[in-house]
Design a protein around this ligand. Sequence first.
Ligand SMILES: Nc1ncnc2c1ncn2[C@@H]1O[C@H](COP(=O)(O)OP(=O)(O)O)[C@@H](O)[C@H]1O
Ligand SMILES: CC(=O)N[C@@H](CCC(=O)OP(=O)(O)O)C(=O)O
Length: 304
Amino acid sequence: MATAFSNADRAEVLTQALPYFKKYYGKTVVVKYGGNAMLTEDLQQQVMEDIVLLHLVGVRVVLVHGGGPEITGMLKRVGKESQFVNGLRVTDKETVEIAQMVLAGKINKTLVTYLEAKGGSAIGLSGMDGRMITAKMKDPALGYVGEITKVNPVPIRDLLERGYIPVISSLGCDKEGNVYNINADTAAAKIASALHAQRLILMTNIQGLLKDKDDPTSLIPLIDMEEAEGMIGSGIISGGMIPKIECCITALKNNVSKVIIMDGRIPHSVLMELFTDTGAGTMIVKKKKAEKDTANKNDERTDD
Ligand SMILES: Nc1ncnc2c1ncn2[C@@H]1O[C@H](COP(=O)(O)OP(=O)(O)O)[C@@H](O)[C@H]1O
Ligand SMILES: CC(=O)N[C@@H](CCC(=O)OP(=O)(O)O)C(=O)O
């Protein structure tokens, strides 16, 4: 097949990636995949191929997934309308059962199958397995929406040690055996904290954090926690981006080195972020090293 790249070009690309392979070898990267970045089978397969590549070059990669649109679709099929309060789905007993079927059943197993088909070894678990995610009711008005009280990282570490990619769905349970529906960004952030991850990558359906959410050219490549908090206060960050940024900030305050929000619909965005000079999306750091105007995302990316 004719291609625009010569073998020399390909070798050059690999050589350029070498310092990044070295940087991330043996490091823990938690990737959250979900929402509209998960809409087609092709897209899911492409992202899983990237995850396998990360795994094969020695990154300890953990995949945490959501699947909100699929839960909404399944609820519709049984005649139930979804209702959200501040980005969280109001979850009655029937809804949590359906969330469990969709997340722990269909999506988790589909992603595991794709990872295996692409040459990885993956094991799919939900937050209930091995008491990985303990939760309590967040607010009785929301029903069975879980607030995470504890993450047990041992089963995840065991799988990583044995060379598996853990694939975790965002459900949790309490001591009484109640199951809770948990926002997948929140679950990924808490898991990243429990693992002291080098990177938490949240894949979403927008380029990253934008100065103006309706202007795709206004991407902010690098921001720190204080600036991000200010942008929530000033209304630049709104809607579903608010809980996303809040859980990024909590992760940074709790053992996670850096967080990236990126567009999961762009092919190979995760590889671009980790293995190229340019990166992708928005990186959130605790505190920028340089002053605001001179801060360079690449300085932050190549150092921690
Ligand atoms: N400043 C901003 N930059 C980027 N997106 C923003 C911003 N403010 C609000 N948003 C909105 O947040 C959305 C992402 O949140 P959400 O839809 O909950 O993502 P997901 O379903 O992937 O978890 C974007 O599609 C966008 O409409
Ligand atoms: C409590 C709550 O809202 N849970 C989410 C869980 C799935 C999720 O977060 O999926 P995405 O990442 O695809 O949005 C829900 O029911 O949609």
